[in-house]
Design a protein around this ligand. Structure first.
Ligand code: TPP
Length: 655
């Protein structure tokens, strides 16, 4: 039996000797590598916080003391130490452990949002709440990476925490010098400067003398840290920035020396006010493949293959490169995600025209507004879910000024194993709210290129190009045009259903049409290409059909389906509109296919639901007593459009 198998909760850690803790750390790393390389997930960040997490759980009394992990991608060790070893193999699988803290999983988990830079604000509120409720002995611990510390919210929190002098709040800055890529910006430089202060020399000495003896690490770590040290010419006054804010600063300390971290944590705990503890760790520590990975220290496995050939991200990246060569005014912005968003090639070709702003989406958007005001055309490449926090900047700073900024939203729609906070199911609705915004949703690789080019040609307002995670499917050419939209399939005589499929859902729509045709239902399949503004050619087309079905990979509320229904209502078209999208809920993790199936968005499920809807529109003939859901009683009578059908009472309300 391993030591780790004996740990059922933090209490079990507290009786271990220092030698046992070293052994335990090794066992944890083995489990992390073995499991995460199979399940996928965040590897480098977790390997880097093994000793730190052990020390936190030995010094504090979770869940009475509260531990908030910023972003939460580095909480696997915490999961292993809080009774979840047996289920760890189910990580990120449907029904299994989530890839972030989860309140449903454990009383030790507090924050599960996974959007970065929030931990200090949660911790500020928690510490104030405990004080006000008369529980002043409870301590709140926030663990925040140097990457997450580049987010504006973290600084808003620091400003407030500094004023809350008796908050029992410990902020552990887990400084590994990296977010996905090396952390950039003034703060990163400041942290690097702190690494060269005299106290840091002790860390360095320690690392120099002890690490070469440690298995798997040694020279590379020393070399890296020493390299950083030598690279800094100006030895600024360390920690001054934090202390000027009124925050007690402790550090820097070696985050892989468990005993040293414990000592610092005990001191911080006993201080009785907010303390910032600066811990230096190495991302991927103890696993050479991660430590030596030049791209991102195996931040996530599988790695930046997210922008591998054949993916949507890569298709976008290729086209950006081509556009960049033609258009010197096109610049790119990433919020700490150069590789995952597919911008690496653009950055290599045009290093002066790409801005990595750190994990700072709000700044990304308003600085894009500034770039556009200055005569450039910025492309903000961002994961769909992270644009949420920059909604006001998109609305007021870009939209109100009608600025030519193109938002490229990767991971739009269901993303899969990262779960509720990562599904990109909000942008299709939020962007509909922005006056003057134009939204494109390519169905295949060729359309990514076409629509991106059209988007960067727009000079009088913002544009969005949204596409999902994963590989692009086959290319499908239009058989006709309907206004600016592509008709992918026309029915024979019967025009029963006008099926409008957004982005790759247009291809799903083709599959649906194939199935419905088998049941005698005539389907026109349209890819709108642009989901805002809604193409008015849909008005006439709707009148020529008995039912309009809109399928989109976005929350059902306020998305394209609702926009189509509104357009038709406004034009007194009474043909019923059914909108098929994601339920407006926080959807659990699973593969993209599993989540789509649960949402009823597979071709088979859609075919059934549309058949039922058509059947409900069909007056029962005396001969036909079949159930309305029966595919044997479909569209019936006539290819004629049935605006008149509208008055047929519905057995149940249209969804
Ligand atoms: C608002 C937001 N933007 C982007 C991300 C994607 N993301 C996840 S982890 C990460 C890097 C975090 O770096 P750091 O805080 O230094 O932690 P480390 O991985 O180095 O331990 C990024 C950019 C996110 N989770 N939230």
């Amino acid at each position: 039996m391993t030591l780790l198998e004996c740990i059922n909760g933090p209490e079990d850690l507290k009786i271990l000797s220092q030698d046992q803790l070293t052994r335990l750390a090794g066992e944890i790393r083995d489990v992390l590598v073995d499991t995460v390389t199979k399940t996928s997930g965040h590897l480098g960040p977790n390997l880097g916080v093994v000793e730190l997490t052990i020390a936190i759980h030995r010094v504090f009394d979770s869940p009475r003391d509260r531990i908030v992990f910023d972003t939460g991608h580095q909480a696997y060790v915490h999961k292993l130490l809080t009774g979840r070893l047996a289920r760890f193999g189910t990580l990120r699988q449907r029904g299994g452990l989530t890839g972030y803290p989860s309140r449903a999983e454990s009383e030790h988990d507090m924050v599960e949002n996974s959007h970065a830079s929030t931990s200090l604000s949660y911790a500020d509120g928690l510490a104030k709440a405990y004080k006000l409720r008369g529980e002043p002995d409870r301590t709140v611990v926030a663990v925040i990476g140097d990457g997450a510390l580049t987010g504006g919210m973290a600084w808003e929190a620091l400003n407030n925490i500094a004023a809350a002098r008796d908050s029992r709040l410990i902020m552990i800055v887990n400084d590994n010098g990296w977010s996905y890529q090396p952390t950039i910006g003034g703060l990163a430089e400041h942290l690097a400067a702190i690494r060269v202060n005299p106290r840091y020399e002790h860390v360095l000495d320690y690392i120099k003398t002890t690490l070469p003896r440690a298995p798997l690490v040694g020279a590379p770590l020393y070399g890296t840290l020493h390299g950083i040290k030598k690279g800094i010419k100006d030895v600024l006054q360390p920690q001054v920035m934090f202390e000027d804010l009124g925050l007690k600063y402790v550090g820097p300390i070696d985050g892989h020396d468990e005993r040293q971290v414990e000592t610092a944590l005990r001191r911080a705990r006993d201080f009785g006010g907010p303390v910032l503890l600066h811990v230096i760790t190495r991302k991927g520590f103890g696993y050479p493949a991660a430590e030596q990975n030049e791209i991102d220290c195996l931040h996530q496995v599988p790695g930046p293959s997210s922008a591998a050939p054949g993916t949507w991200s890569r298709v976008f990246g290729d086209e950006m490169l081509a556009i960049g060569a033609r258009r010197p005014d096109v610049v790119a912005i990433t919020a700490a995600m150069l590789y995952p968003t597919g911008l690496a090639q653009f950055a290599a070709a045009f290093p002066d025209r790409v801005y990595d702003v750190g994990i700072a989406e709000q700044h990304a958007v308003t600085s894009a507004a500034g770039l556009a005001m200055g005569g450039l055309h910025p492309v903000v490449a961002i994961y769909s879910t992270f644009l949420n926090r920059a909604f006001d900047q998109t609305l007021m700073d870009v939209g109100l000024h009608r600025l030519p900024v193109t938002f490229v939203l990767d991971r739009a729609g269901v993303t899969g194993p990262d779960g509720a906070s990562h599904h990109g199911m909000w942008d299709g609705s939020l962007m509909q709210l922005v006056p003057g915004m134009k939204i494109a949703a390519p169905r295949d690789a060729k359309r990514v290129a076409e629509l991106l080019n059209q988007a960067v040609e727009v000079s009088d307002g913002p544009t969005v190009v949204r596409f999902p995670k994963g590989n692009v499917g086959g290319e499908v050419e239009a058989v006709a045009k309907l206004g600016g939209m592509d008709v992918l399939r026309e029915p024979g005589e019967d025009r029963d259903v006008l099926l409008v499929g957004v982005g790759p859902m247009a291809l799903t729509g083709l599959e649906v049409a194939g199935r419905l045709t088998g049941h005698g239902i005539g389907v026109t399949v349209v890819d709108p290409r642009w989901t805002k503004p809604v193409d008015e050619a849909l008005i006439g087309a709707a009148r020529r059909h008995r039912l309009v079905a809109v399928v989109e990979d976005n929350g059902r509320v306020g998305g394209f389906g609702d926009a189509v229904a509104r357009l038709l209502r406004d034009h007194d078209v009474d043909v019923p509109v059914k909108t098929f999208g994601l339920p407006q809920e926080f959807l659990a993790h699973g593969t993209r296919e599993e989540v789509l199936e649960e949402a009823g968005l597979t071709a088979q499920q859609l075919a059934l639901r549309i058949t039922e809807a058509v059947a409900r529109r069909t007056p029962a003939s005396p001969a036909s007593s079949a159930s309305p859901a029966s595919p044997a009683s479909p569209a019936s009578s006539a290819g004629a459009s049935s605006a008149e059908d509208q008055d047929t009472p519905e057995p149940r309300p249209v969804e």
